[in-house]
Design a protein around this ligand. Structure first.
Ligand code: DX5
Ligand code: ZN
Length: 217
């Protein structure tokens, strides 16, 4: 059974409180929060004060996905804002091992996000220090994009390596997850499904979450 992490990027920011309550009362497992700086990705989303506000109402794990340059500069700030899991992009971190140690040292779970074009073996040597791999299945920056099918092969390769090394790293798939492809993604080895558009473009987001949950059994 996969964990479901609705992405608030597709929520109604005017009614954020309502959407947080909906997630609190749903079968969702985590809140997925997408932070974009307009540098690492060609879009700007929200940052520290918004996450701190979400923390006051959210009753589930805050999974913060940093699509920013020099994420190490802000790790302490995201801890203070309430992040439980902090993922940094491999492509933004020339000293990734140091970033992972820093995040764990601050008491958060450490995640690595990787872009669709990045070979997954680049993170094998730090897998033992990684709690979550946030594998991008779209180009980061926007919600509502189409799932890149090549991701399935990357999941299979990563799952095998996680088993070979005997580590407990979770594989999180981020981007383009739908009712149609969720099963295939979980069968390939995903442990966590992020879903923005699939949850928030429906009339009943809580039902969408519960449908995703039962599809990914
Ligand atoms: C994209 C973000 C995703 C996004 C997923 O840059 O990292 O988390 O919100 O949205 P959907 O599920 O709509 O592809
Ligand atoms: Zn994300």
């Amino acid at each position: 059974m996969a964990l479901i992490a609705p992405s608030l990027l597709s929520a109604d920011f005017l009614h954020l409180s309502r959407d947080i309550q909906m997630i609190n009362n749903s079968e969702a497992d985590w809140f997925h929060l997408d932070v974009m700086d307009g540098r690492f990705v060609p879009n700007i989303s929200f940052g520290l004060p918004v996450i701190a506000a979400i923390k006051r109402e959210a009753k589930k794990t805050l999974d913060v996905h940093l699509m920013i340059e020099e994420p190490g500069k802000y790790a302490q700030d995201f801890k203070n804002a309430g992040a439980d899991i902090l993922s940094v992009h491999l492509e933004a971190c020339p000293h990734l091992h140091r970033n992972l140690q820093q995040i764990k040292g601050l008491g958060m779970k450490a995640g690595i996000a990787i872009n669709p074009h990045t070979p997954v073996h680049l993170l094998f040597d730090v897998l033992h220090d990684t709690d979550v791999v946030c594998m991008m299945s779209v180009n980061p920056g926007f919600g509502g994009q189409k799932f890149i099918q090549q991701t399935i092969e990357k999941i299979v390769v990563l799952k095998k390596e996680i088993a070979r090394r005997g580590v407990s790293t979770l594989i999180e798939i981020d981007g383009g997850v739908t009712f149609e492809n969720a099963k295939e993604i979980v069968e390939a080895g995903a442990d966590v499904l992020v879903a923005g558009n699939t949850v928030f473009s429906t009339a009943n987001p809580a039902t969408a979450i519960s449908n995703l949950k039962s599809i990914s059994k």
